[in-house]
Design a protein around this ligand. Structure first.
Ligand code: ARG
Length: 476
């Protein structure tokens, strides 16, 4: 296939064609044809600008634009296919224009290079990917809020070191996941803001000596402004790394939520069941109901973390400006995009399949002195310094462990005698028992971010407002 470029002959006479293995090795069409729409869009805007600036005749610009529009609809309708012999999607579009329009087609590449062409089409694509990720996060938040809302009083143990630590509610943990997702959302907004500069007109690396109008093409394509430096514009793939890094962190968050989901479905926990729509069976063990979607989601984070590191390594030490290494960026980026979109959808479906089992959560609150911190806090509220209160609570628990009873089963004298700091204090055992009930422990935690039902309801309402405001902005 003829190329857009020709090498200066290395020896005497005409340069010989590429070795076929080199030619297929260099081709990126099978990957970058995904940028077809974006490149057509950018090419239209470029052609129009060439006409407006008098670089080509207005009439030729019109022909180029209408042919590009025709090409787009023919491709969409499946009337023509991308020519697999083209080197990349950018070459395909120019070759097609030349095939259709002859000499006029040859005018399109004035004032641009494939280096800025790929950068601009890719950025346009990336901007949409940033928005798609935001929309996916909003769907996850919505699913989590739907699950949290009716469960703000559903008590369960909260864990540290995988040991039962303090009572919380099911909603409170779901809101912990939401807090991470809200930060993820911000990262995608933030990354998109920086990606929002237009590289078109940066040419190969040094712009163009023709009177191109970079401001006009940038605005026409919906960017905030042109990129600040033509060499940076063709060398920069920060937007890929920022997208990858936001995606990796988001998937790490989903992986942590999924780890808890997987644990909770086990018979050891039994805090939730997954309905049939999200449970898988075993090919040999008939009794099994496995949380495979949660596990695979956990696994997907590994893949995207790898992609992030590939993108960083790809750019490390690259000399300025464009180098062909950068062609590798797209397959990595698209892999992240596809993985993220599928993962976000699966997470929504997984969350919607969760059936909480409050009985199992309730029984996990028994027998492990999960109210011990509250016992110490009770003593603090009675004027005992915290460190002494902590020691006294420890002695009280040892006493209970020896006797095989609960704290509320002890009598006031035993409590009083458990530590010198408690001497002289009177204990109302019924009052203490009420104070130590898990629902009371949770209800007292009314500070910002705490698990008290009233606080989690407020947080749910705030997040619901956030989701609907963002959706109204058009992120869906
Ligand atoms: N397919 C190439 C890429 O994706 C296009 C740029 C080629 N530029 C060049 N100077 N060889 O990066």
């Amino acid at each position: 296939m003829a190329k857009l470029w020709q090498t200066v002959a290395g020896g005497a006479g005409e340069a010989s064609p590429l070795d076929p293995d080199i030619e297929s090795f260099l081709s990126s069409l099978s990957i970058d044809k995904r940028l077809l729409d974006e490149d057509l869009e950018c090419s239209c805007v470029h052609a129009q600008m060439l006409g407006e600036q008098g670089i080509i005749r207005a009439e030729d610009a019109r022909k180029l634009v209408s042919e590009l529009i025709r090409l787009r609809s023919e491709l969409k309708a499946g009337l023509i296919q991308v020519d697999p012999k083209s080197e990349d999607v950018h070459s395909f579009i120019e070759e097609e224009l030349v095939r259709r329009l002859g000499e006029v087609g040859k005018e399109i590449h004035a004032g641009r290079s494939r280096n800025d062409q790929v950068a601009v089409a890719f950025r346009l694509h990336a901007k949409r990917a940033f928005f798609a990720a935001q929309a996916g996060i909003l769907d996850c938040l919505e699913a989590l809020l739907d699950l949290a809302e009716p469960n703000t009083r559903m008590l369960m143990p909260g864990y540290t070191h995988l040991q039962r630590a303090q009572p919380v509610t099911f909603a409170h943990e779901l809101l912990a996941w939401c807090a991470a997702l809200e930060r993820d959302y911000g990262r995608f907004i933030d990354g998109e803001l920086r990606a929002n500069e237009c590289p078109l007109g940066s040419g190969a690396l040094a712009g163009s000596g023709l009177p191109i109008d970079r401001e006009a093409t940038a605005i026409e394509l919906g960017f905030d402004r042109p990129t600040r430096n033509t060499m940076d514009a063709v060398a920069d793939r920060d937007f890929c790394v920022e997208y990858a890094s936001a995606a990796a962190m988001l998937l790490v968050h989903l992986s942590r939520a999924c780890e808890d989901i997987a644990l909770w479905t086990s018979s050891e926990y039994g805090f939730i069941k997954l309905d049939d729509r999200a449970s898988t069976g075993s090919s040999i063990m008939p009794q099994k109901r496995n949380p495979d979607p949660a596990e695979l989601l956990r696994g997907k984070s590994a893949r995207v973390i790898g992609d992030l590191s590939s993108l960083l390594v790809l750019q490390k030490g690259l000399p300025y400006a464009y180098n062909r290494d950068l062609q590798e960026d797209k397959s990595i980026f698209f892999d992240i995009e596809d993985t993220l979109s599928a993962s976000l959808k699966a997470f929504v479906a997984l969350v919607r399949a969760i059936r909480p089992q409050p009985g199992r959560m309730q029984s996990a609150l028994q027998g492990s002195f999960i109210e011990a911190t509250d016992l110490a806090e009770y003593l603090v509220s009675r004027g005992v310094p915290f460190r002494s209160a902590y020691q006294a609570a420890k002695s009280i628990i040892s006493l209970c462990a020896q006797r095989g009873c609960a704290i509320a089963d002890l009598d006031a004298e035993l409590i009083q005698g458990s530590h010198s700091a408690l001497l002289g204090l009177k204990f109302d055992m019924a009052g203490l028992a009420a104070y130590l009930k898990p629902e009371a422990c949770v209800a007292r935690r009314t500070q910002t971010g705490g698990p008290a039902p009233q606080k989690t309801q407020e947080e749910i309402a705030r997040l619901r407002d956030f989701v609907s405001q963002e959706k109204n902005k058009g992120v869906q």
